[in-house]
Design a binder for this molecule. Structure first.
Ligand SMILES: [Zn+2]
Length: 155
């Protein structure tokens, strides 16, 4: 699938505002228009280019602003301009920042799970499971990096 879908509700819970008129939709963040979309066959198609991973840019002309944006952990254009002023980035490499899908999705607000009451009637009818650990955490005394828990809801 070469396209991603963006949820209006997800954007709205992240402080985005949208308005639609004449089969066009505009998205605003902090009273600033960020991107617009045009209606076609049941969907709004966002107008703009999507920032891809650095590796994918080698096939097409590289937008070095977006490359620096990715390298610096999705730094804002204002902060990258500050690095240019201080001589850390070459001036001609920071111009305009294209639409960055990672920023929109990554900065969206995560919602907690809603409270659910389970009505189980027997053992192993509903089991809660969780995986914990990461490659960067110290090994356990037994030399393991991960552990998994299984908790039977009924018992
Ligand atoms: Zn970004």
């Amino acid at each position: 699938m070469s396209r991603n879908l963006i949820s209006y509700g997800m954007l709205e819970t992240s402080g985005w505002i949208y308005e639609g008129k004449d089969l066009m939709v505009n998205f605003y963040k902090n009273d600033k228009k960020v991107i617009s979309g045009k209606y076609h066959q049941g969907l709004y198609y966002l107008q703009g280019t999507v920032s891809r991973e650095e590796a994918n840019l080698s096939k097409v002309e590289k937008n070095m602003t977006n490359v620096w944006h990715s390298r610096l952990g999705h730094m804002s254009l204002n902060n990258m301009s500050e690095l240019v002023k201080r001589g850390f980035i070459i001036d001609k490499e920071v111009k305009t920042l294209d639409f960055c899908e990672h920023c929109i999705i990554g900065k969206s607000h995560k919602q907690s799970f809603p409270k659910v009451k389970h009505v189980t009637k027997g053992i192993l009818e509903y089991v809660h499971s969780d995986l914990w650990g990461s490659p960067s955490t110290p090994d356990s005394l037994a030399g393991n990096k991960y552990f998994v828990t299984f908790i039977d809801d009924f018992s």
